[in-house]
Design a protein around this ligand. Structure first.
Ligand code: IPE
Ligand code: IPE
Ligand code: MG
Length: 258
């Protein structure tokens, strides 16, 4: 992912949008930690997997709302490198759900112009899921209204460890000198180095932590937390987050612009 403002094609045109009388400033890149599926199901006496299904369905609505608002990149945290520690039955159901979702989403979202991309240690996923991921990335490559990035088997620490390994290999093969390693070079070996850093990170479900999400890329992100569980997180919650973001003063270490 690259610096804010270093944006590639702008197809999802930015128009002034309003919420509660406020002209919204729209983030180029929004990231969401889709948390609270299990608790959502538990409150209804349903198995946790029913919560994951409801959460996956909700993603379709939020994608449409992001397109409406002119957001260009939406990264969603779907499965962390730590989530393998869950009971095998839950993990297996999640892997099946990802296959089903990507398959369905790929066809359904074609008309919405959504490009699907994936960030994470994809080699660690079941091989069937890996093939579906590769196909979805390929078939949606030309779509340009919204880039939906699914972080799956993703861990910020894993991403940095893999980046270090790639740079070490480049040093070993004589492609680069150790002295040339700087922030830009590190960025160039992250999973999706062309994607700008997230401007805003939303975490629903009441937790206020990153849980190993985008630890490099979030250096200057704004954060917005909500107690709503992900399957219930809808357009109005998104607009509330965008309104709060609009009122933030992003200084990037500089001084306030008057
Ligand atoms: C997020 O919901 C989905 C994944 C981590 C796969 P959770 O399953 O963490 O739901 P809670 O936090 O237990 O409610
Ligand atoms: C973070 O949620 C990962 C995803 C939403 C995919 P977790 O539920 O795994 O995070 P913790 O365990 O509460 O930190
Ligand atoms: Mg959770």
């Amino acid at each position: 992912m690259c610096r804010p403002g270093n944006v590639l094609k702008i197809k999802n045109k930015r128009r002034p949008r309003r919420a509660d009388g406020v002209d919204l400033r729209i983030p180029i890149h929004l990231a969401v930690i889709m948390d609270g599926n299990g608790r959502w199901a538990g409150k209804r006496g349903l198995p946790r997997t029913a919560g994951h299904r409801a959460g996956a369905e909700n993603l379709e609505n939020i994608c449409k709302a992001c397109i409406e608002q002119g957001i260009q990149y939406l990264t969603v945290y779907a499965f962390s490198t730590e989530n393998w520690s869950r009971p095998a039955e839950e993990v297996d159901t999640l892997m099946d759900l990802f296959i089903e979702f990507i398959h369905r989403f790929d066809t359904k979202m074609a008309r919405e112009g959504i490009r699907l991309r994936f960030a994470g240690d994809l080699a660690g996923l079941p091989s069937r899921l890996q093939s579906i991921i590769a196909r979805a990335e390929e078939t949606s490559r030309h779509r340009d209204r919204l880039q939906l990035i699914i972080a799956i088997n993703y861990g910020g620490r894993r991403e940095l460890a893999q980046a270090c390994r790639k740079l070490a290999e480049q040093v070993q093969s004589g492609q680069i000198e150790p002295d040339s390693i700087d922030e830009n070079l590190i960025r160039s070996v992250l999973y999706l180095s062309d994607v700008p850093d997230p401007d805003l990170i939303i975490r629903p479900s009441g937790e206020q932590r990153l849980s190993n999400f985008l630890i490099w890329q979030s250096a200057y992100s704004e954060f917005w937390f909500s107690d709503v569980l992900w399957p219930d997180f809808d357009r109005k919650h998104l607009l509330a987050a965008l309104k709060a973001y609009t009122l933030r003063d992003r200084r990037f270490g500089g001084v306030k612009q008057i």
